[in-house]
Design a protein around this ligand. Structure first.
Ligand SMILES: NC(=O)c1ccc[n+]([C@@H]2O[C@H](COP(=O)([O-])OP(=O)(O)OC[C@H]3O[C@@H](n4cnc5c(N)ncnc54)[C@H](O)[C@@H]3O)[C@@H](O)[C@H]2O)c1
Ligand SMILES: [Fe+2]
Length: 384
């Protein structure tokens, strides 16, 4: 409990309209030629124009790169590396959800040191230096702006991670203005993803530590009290800011106390059925919580006491059950499909999903209760 290492992004800036300062921040980092990496959806809703213009006005030559695909395949990364190299970029800016930020991380890494993407999947295999990197999240979800992780979809539809301290950006810039118009379904999916980061960091079997615990609890408090307003038709600035801060804090937590079975079971849904990352997490979350109930009772009870004041004096069993009920009700009222069939999965896919989930050993080892093929298959079958 007392021996741990904690790392995070060295500089975090939280400021409404802060994206307009990107030019000044690039100059501070000594850069003159930026590649702004984002996805076509963000360009379409007009979120890119103001930061892009601000960069140009500050005298930073900027290449706008809008070709990021969701759950970025290797081709998305390599394509952007070529774009950055041809442009001779000296700084990388990721502006978007996890897909854009994860792409930006690897572009900074692969442009900074000659290495092959396929050689660096896993923990600590990447080599530096990397190019300077600024991350600007537009979803309140992945926390990628404060994690050392980049998730890539391989040609065999597996999701693999590059994990390296080199992937912490120089600056995380949180500008809630960019999330004001986030559609309700994406707000809900990404918000649940961030809550899962907090829950799994808090219950992780390895590397659980006092700093991650504190961050996870505060993150969960912020997000559970603000998600309903954030998915409403008129979200307030305050709820958007709370969700963005909460997702960042959850990211800081799980960067140091890793996630577990919810994520492991979610990955095959993203890889094979292109279910968005947060949605895949939401689909399996409740059944994994129930599976873990006995092994994580005390920790779920502590989370209940943190987010449900009425349970403050409840015993572990009652508080733990209340926590699972509370998360179940929350997922139920969110605006997205609740069953696997609705996202294209059929009975005949269950073995394949469970087989692939069991390959995500990197995360399964953190689960409070040992996950087996049979249990994973049962969980998918229950939410079919
Ligand atoms: N690096 C990490 O630590 C980490 C952690 C969890 C997940 N991930 C990865 O992140 C990816 C998922 O990221 P995500 O959930 O943020 O989604 P995303 O980046 O794939 O974006 C989803 C959609 O939301 C749209 N969007 C984003 N912001 C918007 C805004 N403000 N307004 C309107 N539309 C907006 C995008 O255009 C896109 O269509 C997955 O590849 C997942 O594996 C990474
Ligand atoms: Fe996640």
């Amino acid at each position: 409990m007392f021996d741990f290492t904690f790392e995070t992004t060295p500089r975090v800036i939280c400021e409404f309209d802060g994206a307009l300062k990107l030019g000044a921040l690039c100059s501070e980092l000594g850069a003159k030629r930026a590649i702004l990496i984002t996805d076509p959806g963000l360009q379409k809703v007009g979120l890119i124009d103001a930061p892009f213009d601000a960069l140009k006005q500050a005298g930073i030559e900027t290449l706008l790169w809008t070709r990021v695909e969701a759950d970025p395949p290797e081709s998305t990364i390599l394509d952007a590396v070529k774009g950055a190299t041809d442009f001779n970029a000296d700084i990388i800016i990721g502006l978007g959800g996890g897909s854009s930020m994860d792409t930006a991380k690897l572009v900074a890494l692969l442009c900074g040191h000659d290495q092959k993407l396929s050689d660096i999947y896993g923990i600590g295999l990447a080599k530096g230096p990397r190019l300077p990197l600024i991350q600007v999240p537009t979803t309140a979800g992945t926390g990628s702006e404060v994690t050392p992780i980049s998730i890539v979809t391989t040609p065999t539809q597996e999701k693999k991670g590059v994990v390296s301290s080199l992937l912490y950006p120089d600056i995380a810039l949180l500008d809630a203005k960019l999330t004001m118009g986030l559609p309700a379904s994406i707000t809900a999916m990404t918000g649940i993803d961030a809550m899962v980061h907090a829950i799994e960091a808090y219950t992780t079997k390895y590397k659980k530590n006092a700093l991650s615990d504190g961050l996870a609890i505060r993150a969960l408090q912020l997000m559970t009290t603000n998600i309903d307003d954030a998915v409403s038709t008129t979200p307030s600035q305050a709820s958007r800011e709370a969700m963005l801060q909460g997702s960042m804090m959850a990211g800081m937590a799980f960067a140091n106390a890793p996630v577990a079975a919810v994520h492991a079971l979610a990955y095959p849904l993203g890889g094979h059925f292109h279910v968005p990352h947060g949605h895949s997490n939401a689909l399996v979350l409740i059944e994994v919580l129930k599976f873990n109930r006995d092994a994580a009772r005390n920790q779920y009870a502590e989370l209940a006491r943190a987010v449900l004041p009425a349970e403050r004096f409840a015993d572990d069993k009652v508080a733990c059950d209340r926590f699972i009920d509370f998360m179940t009700d929350m997922v139920q009222r969110m605006p997205f499909a609740k069953t696997l069939r609705e996202v294209g999965v059929s009975e005949s896919d269950l073995d394949m999903l469970a087989t692939d989930a069991m390959k995500v050993e990197r995360l399964l080892i953190n689960n409070p209760r040992e996950m087996t093929f049979a249990a994973a298959r049962d969980i998918y079958a229950t939410v079919l």
